[in-house]
Design a protein. Structure first.
Lengths: 299, 256
C-alpha cells in the first residue's frame, strides 16, 4: 500500500517534467536536450538558496526563473545563432554542469535539518508519502490549468501554429523565433521547478541527477499517449500526469522483479523505445493477421 | 486618378552573395501596383516570379532599390510586420495551413493576421457561425469539417481554406503563387473561379503567378511578364483584353 502511495506521489512530482517537455517535444516538435542540464540546475538553485536561509517556496520559484534563463540561452543559440536545436541544447546542458557545481560548491549538497516545501505543518501531519501526493496534486492541477488556459489564448494558438507549420505562422504575422524562445523558457523553467521539487523530496541535490531526465520526461508523455489513445490537446496534457504515475508503477514492478536501482536508466530507455516503436509493431502484427487470413481462405 | 499602392524601384536581389556562384535574380526590377489591380504574372522558370513575391513578402532581403508601400519604404521591415498589409497563398497546400489544428482554428489564426496576439482567450465559439457561412461559399464540403484537423482534408479543401484564410482579414495586397497548380484540373478551376469572384467582390489588389496562359488572359485587369529579373511586358485594360494566347506565345518565342 505504502509503495503504491509512494509511486503515485513520485509520479505526480515528476509529472512536472512531462508537462514541461510536452511544450517543446509535442507542440514545438523538437527534442530539447537542455532539460538534462536544467533539471539539476533547478535542484542546485533551490538547495543552495534554501541552505542560505531562503524560504523554500521562493527558492522553488527562483529555480523556475533560473531554468527559464537557461532555456532563453538555448533559444537564442537556436533562433538567432542558427545552431541546430539538438546541438544548442547539448551546449547549454554541458555548460549547466559547470554552473551547477559552482552553485553548489561541490557535487552533492544535503538539505538535512533544513526547511523544505514538504516540511510545513500541514504536510508533516499526513501519513508517510502522502505529503508528495498532496503537494504533487496541487502543483499539477495548477500547472496543467495554467498551460491549458495559455494554449487557448490568442498567443497560445500562435505558439501551437509555430510548431505545426512555421511557414504559415510567419505568413500570418506570428514571430516564430519569439514563440520558440518562449516555449524553451517556460519548458526549462518547469523542468528546473521539477528539479527543485525532487531535490527537496529526496533531501539533497546531486550534480549527476540530470542524467536520463529527458527519457523519464518523454516516458510520461509517451506512456500517457499509448495508454489513453486518441485525445484532444487538453486531455493529452492531463494524460502526461497519468502517464508519469503509470511509469512509476512500471519501475516499481521492475524493482520487485529483482532489478537494482542502478538498472533503472537501462530499463527506462528500453520501456521508452518499446512504447515509441509500438506503431511499427502494430503494423507488423496487422500484416501477419492479413497474411494469416489470406492463407485461411486458400484452405 | 489611381494612386500607386506598392512601388518597386530598381529592385536588385542576388543569391549566393559574395561567392563565385552569385546570381542576380531580380535585376533593377521596376513595377508600380495600383490599388485595385488584379495582375497576372507570367514568366519562364527562373525568371524571378517567386523571388519577386519573396522580396515583397520579406522572406528575401533585397540588395538594392526600394519597395514603397503608399510611399513609405518597407524594404527593411520583417516578414511578420509586412503581414499587416500582405496575405499570401502558396503553391503547396501543405504550406498554407496548420495540419494538427482544426479548420476553425486555422481561420481564427488568420483572423488576427499581423495583429498583436495576447493572453486573452481566443473566443473560437463566437466565430463559428461566421466560419460556417464563409466555408459554405467554397462549395466543397469544408463547412462540414470545421472541427476536422486540416491534415485530414483533401488538397483542394486545404488550398481553398488557405485562400479563405488569406482573404478573411482584408489584405491591402494579396499574393497568389500558383495557388491552383498542385490541384487536379477541375478543383483548380473551381478555386480559380472563386478567387476571381472574391477578388472582384472585395476589390482586392492582387498579384497572381500562373503558368496557365488561359488563366492569365481570362482573369485580372493587367498582365505582366518577367524575364531575367525584369518586367519585360506590361499590359492593362483594353490592351490586355485584346491579347490572345497566340500573341503571347509569339512574344515568349521572341524573348527566349
Amino acid at each position: 500500500m505504502s509503495l503504491a502511495v509512494s509511486a503515485i506521489g513520485q509520479g505526480l512530482l515528476w509529472a512536472v517534467l512531462g508537462v514541461g517537455l510536452f511544450l517543446t517535444f509535442r507542440i514545438l516538435d523538437f527534442a530539447d536536450m537542455t532539460v538534462e542540464g536544467t533539471f539539476p540546475l533547478g535542484a542546485a538553485t533551490a538547495v543552495a538558496a534554501i541552505s542560505n536561509g531562503m524560504n523554500p517556496l521562493l527558492a522553488t520559484l527562483l529555480a523556475f526563473v533560473i531554468g527559464a534563463l537557461a532555456g532563453l540561452i538555448t533559444g537564442l543559440l537556436y533562433t538567432k545563432g542558427h545552431i541546430p536545436i539538438l546541438l544548442a541544447g547539448i551546449l547549454v546542458m554541458t555548460a549547466c554542469y559547470s554552473v551547477n557545481l559552482r552553485i553548489m560548491g561541490r557535487a552533492n549538497v544535503s538539505l538535512l535539518g533544513k526547511s523544505t516545501l514538504f516540511k510545513n505543518h500541514l504536510l508533516a501531519a499526513l501519513p508517510q508519502y502522502f505529503d508528495s501526493v498532496v503537494l504533487g496534486t496541487i502543483i499539477m492541477v495548477v500547472i496543467t490549468t495554467i498551460v491549458i488556459y495559455f494554449l487557448q489564448t490568442e498567443l497560445g494558438q500562435g505558439f501551437i501554429a509555430t510548431g505545426d507549420n512555421q511557414t504559415m505562422a510567419r505568413s500570418l504575422g506570428i514571430n516564430t523565433d519569439n514563440m520558440k524562445i518562449m516555449g524553451l523558457m517556460v519548458s526549462n523553467g518547469l523542468i528546473a521547478f521539477g528539479g527543485a521539487l525532487v531535490a527537496q523530496n529526496n533531501g539533497y541535490a546531486d550534480v549527476n541527477m540530470g542524467i536520463g531526465i529527458i527519457v523519464i520526461a518523454l516516458a510520461s508523455i509517451i506512456i500517457g499517449e499509448v495508454a489513453f489513445g486518441d485525445l484532444t490537446l487538453n486531455q493529452r496534457l492531463v494524460a502526461v500526469t497519468l502517464g508519469s504515475i503509470l511509469y512509476r508503477f512500471v519501475l516499481l514492478l521492475v524493482l520487485k522483479l529483482g532489478f537494482s536501482a542502478n538498472d533503472l536508466n537501462l530499463i527506462s530507455a528500453i520501456i521508452l523505445a518499446l512504447c515509441m516503436m509500438l506503431p511499427v509493431f502494430k503494423n507488423v502484427l496487422n500484416f501477419k493477421h492479413i497474411l494469416k487470413r489470406g492463407l485461411d481462405t486458400n484452405d | 486618378m489611381t494612386k500607386p499602392l506598392l512601388e518597386l524601384k530598381d529592385v536588385v536581389l542576388k543569391v549566393n552573395r559574395n561567392t563565385p556562384e552569385e546570381i542576380t535574380i531580380l535585376n533593377k526590377l521596376n513595377l508600380t501596383i495600383n490599388a485595385g489591380d488584379f495582375i497576372t504574372v507570367l514568366g519562364s522558370n527562373g525568371a524571378g516570379k517567386s523571388t519577386l513575391f519573396n522580396a515583397i513578402g520579406g522572406d528575401l532581403s533585397i540588395d538594392g532599390g526600394q519597395i514603397l508601400l503608399n510611399g513609405k519604404d518597407i524594404a527593411h521591415d520583417s516578414v511578420e510586420k509586412r503581414t499587416r498589409f500582405l496575405a499570401r497563398v502558396f503553391q503547396d497546400p501543405k504550406l498554407g495551413t496548420a495540419p494538427r489544428m482544426t479548420v476553425a482554428e486555422n481561420l481564427l489564426l488568420a483572423e488576427r493576421r499581423g495583429q498583436h496576439r495576447g493572453l486573452m482567450p481566443r473566443g473560437l465559439n463566437r466565430h463559428l457561425d461566421h466560419y460556417k457561412e464563409l466555408t459554405a461559399t467554397m462549395h466543397n464540403g469544408l463547412d462540414e469539417r470545421l472541427t476536422t484537423a486540416t491534415g485530414n482534408l483533401s488538397g483542394g479543401q486545404r488550398q481553398a481554406l488557405s485562400f479563405l484564410m488569406a482573404t478573411l482579414k482584408r489584405p491591402e495586397i494579396l499574393l497568389l503563387d500558383e495557388h491552383t497548380a498542385a490541384l487536379d484540373p477541375r478543383t483548380g478551376q473551381d478555386l480559380m473561379r472563386l478567387t476571381n469572384e472574391r477578388v472582384s467582390q472585395d476589390k482586392l489588389t492582387c498579384l497572381m503567378i500562373t503558368h496557365h496562359m488561359e488563366d492569365a488572359l481570362t482573369y485580372g485587369n493587367r498582365l505582366i511578364v518577367l524575364h531575367h529579373g525584369k518586367v519585360t511586358f506590361d499590359v492593362a485594360g483594353a490592351d490586355k483584353a485584346a491579347l490572345t494566347t497566340e500573341k503571347l506565345y509569339s512574344f515568349f518565342a521572341e524573348i527566349e
